[in-house]
Design a protein around this ligand. Structure first.
Ligand SMILES: [Zn+2]
Length: 241
């Protein structure tokens, strides 16, 4: 059993809106044991109360602006005015900087999504927030909310693909990985033709990528999506290009 005290530490961050420095908890990487990884990259740890996604959003106690490390570091004047009117003017000082329960993490993600929409953060940043919020609902076994936010994540990842903004904002995302993830999100939404289309795009990288793990996952999940399509429609799925 890992001591909470040793896995958690205080990180000082500066609010991009009001520029107040404040501390928020983070999880020391390498202090946890992975229990299981889902096919959409959601990681379950043996110590789920210390899952780092609970702590990846920082909420400014002064002005209510919520953000993660991928947010742009400064706001334009018009964005700052929007935040002032729609967030700060309605904010009563609240503390998100200590140990978080899942419900507080969920609130922090909803605040960050609102802030991201108001300040036009890149699609890949919004997509990442929606997907992690869906995972928090998965941990809560709330399938309706999980699916609702997977749908929003898929829409934002699709925009991110169209505008290629993931290349600038998400160091871990490659095109083949994004194609796989979109396939898997659509499969989970029951939109099997879309899923098969994106898995096909991922598999078309066969001779161009060193990410062989992703190709194997795309192959497996494509097979599953084809079977699910057949079960649902009674027909063979469309062929890959
Ligand atoms: Zn602030």
């Amino acid at each position: 059993m890992i001591e909470k005290a040793s896995a958690l530490y205080d990180k000082t961050v500066t609010c991009p809106h009001c520029e107040t420095p404040f501390t928020t908890k983070r999880i020391r990487s390498g202090s946890l044991t992975v229990a299981h990884r889902d096919s959409d990259f959601c990681t379950h740890f043996k110590e789920q109360a210390l899952n780092p996604i609970l702590y990846s959003v920082s909420v400014c106690p002064q002005c209510g602006f919520a953000f993660n490390d991928q947010f742009q570091k400064t706001l334009t004047l018009s964005q700052a005015q929007e935040v002032q009117q729609k967030i700060t003017a309605k904010w009563t000082p609240k503390e998100f900087g200590s140990v978080r329960q899942r419900i507080e993490a969920i609130v922090s993600y909803k605040l960050a999504i609102f802030a991201a929409e108001l300040t036009n953060q890149p699609h890949s940043v919004k997509a990442g927030l929606y997907l992690r919020l869906a995972w928090l609902y998965r941990f809560e076994a709330n399938e309706a909310e999980e699916i609702r936010f997977i749908r929003m994540a898929a829409a934002e990842y699709e925009e991110s693909y169209i505008h290629s903004d993931y290349m600038r904002t998400d160091k871990e995302m490659s095109e083949v990985r994004l194609m796989y993830l979109l396939g898997e999100l659509y499969r989970r939404l029951g939109e099997f033709d879309q899923a098969i289309r994106y898995f096909g795009k991922a598999l078309s990288f066969r001779n161009q990528t060193i990410e062989s793990g992703i190709l194997r996952m795309a192959q497996d999940q494509w097979q599953i999506a084809r079977e699910e399509y057949k079960q649902k429609t009674g027909m063979e799925s469309p062929q890959l290009d």
